[in-house]
Write a protein that binds this ligand. Structure first.
Ligand code: NAP
Length: 247
């Protein structure tokens, strides 16, 4: 019987891991997506969609589906899913690994202002002289910023926001990866004077940081939430695959 493995997904690393693990006939790979994005990029292997219903629902899923290992390859800001997976795998004694891509770090040429949360990022903006903002923190973060009605926002997201946006917000629907010339052009044509983003890490969305550096623009960088203590973790797909195969 192949071992049943659950990948908590929604990232490029999760898809790469699924592509690697589905090559192994000794594994049955199930990838889970939150199901919020229209037309998500689907991983190889079996895919399930939608929340589990918190730690209770996930514990029940792990037991009834006879899951023998969980690899959490969710986005670094998917804090609730990781908390829920930590609790459910502890309860059910299911082996659990967190796969998180490395964070970005500033170069000496960057002008980053770290912010521990969306709220502090909005406060940093409010007390700054900057007026025209490129916002890449996701459609669900808009309510933290839109009360700043004296600022103009270019807000990029994969899907449209659920609620109507005020006139000081222009929505740009797009999905990465992005290029440095493309990002530079965007910043220049919209006369952007500050970038607000999350420290997602990874190569697919780093071009905006290079373009901001080239144009000498400040970046309000929202820092990652802390990971739970005492959970094994890795930064690469290869190490995650090795962890699983060595068990
Ligand atoms: P979140 O706040 O941690 O999750 C909220 C709830 O959504 C979770 O409690 C869970 O519901 C459900 N959920 C999240 N990820 C899931 C998954 N992979 N499979 C099944 N259910 C999931 O997460 P989020 O920030 O909304 O992110 C949702 C998804 O988008 C994640 O898969 C993440 O990898 C991806 N993503 C997030 C970001 C970001 O900036 N946050 C960026 C790119 C991609 P239940 O409690 O009912 O189980």
């Amino acid at each position: 019987m192949p071992r049943r493995v659950l990948i908590l997904g929604g990232t490029a690393e999760a898809r790469a891991l699924a592509a690697t693990l589905t090559q192994d006939p000794g594994l049955h790979v199930i990838s889970s997506l939150a199901g919020r994005v229209t037309n998500p990029r689907l991983p190889e292997g079996e895919v399930r969609l939608g929340g589990f219903g918190g730690p209770d629902g996930l514990s029940a899923y792990l037991t009834t589906q006879n899951i023998q290992a969980v690899i959490d390859a969710t986005h670094p800001f998917a804090e609730k899913m990781t908390a829920s997976a930590t609790e459910a795998t502890t309860r059910t004694r299911t082996p659990y690994l967190i796969l998180r891509r490395p964070a970005w770090h500033p170069t000496p040429q960057d002008h980053w202002h770290p912010a521990p949360s969306l709220t502090t990022a909005a406060e940093t903006l409010r007390t700054s002289p900057h007026q025209r903002v490129f916002l890449t923190t996701g459609r669900r973060s808009l309510p933290a910023f839109t009360p700043l009605t004296t600022r103009w926002f270019l807000a990029r997201s994969v899907d449209p926001p659920d609620l109507p946006v005020p006139p000081n917000v222009h929505i740009l629907l797009a999905r990465g990866p992005y290029t440095v010339p493309g990002e530079r052009h965007l910043l220049q044509t919209h006369d952007i004077d500050v970038l607000i983003t999350k420290n997602s890490g990874g190569p697919l969305t780093t071009a905006k940081l290079t373009a901001a550096r080239e144009l000498n623009l400040p970046v309000i960088m929202i820092e990652r939430p802390a990971l739970p203590d005492d959970v094994p973790r890795t930064e690469t797909v290869e190490e995650a695959a090795r962890w699983l195969l060595s068990r």
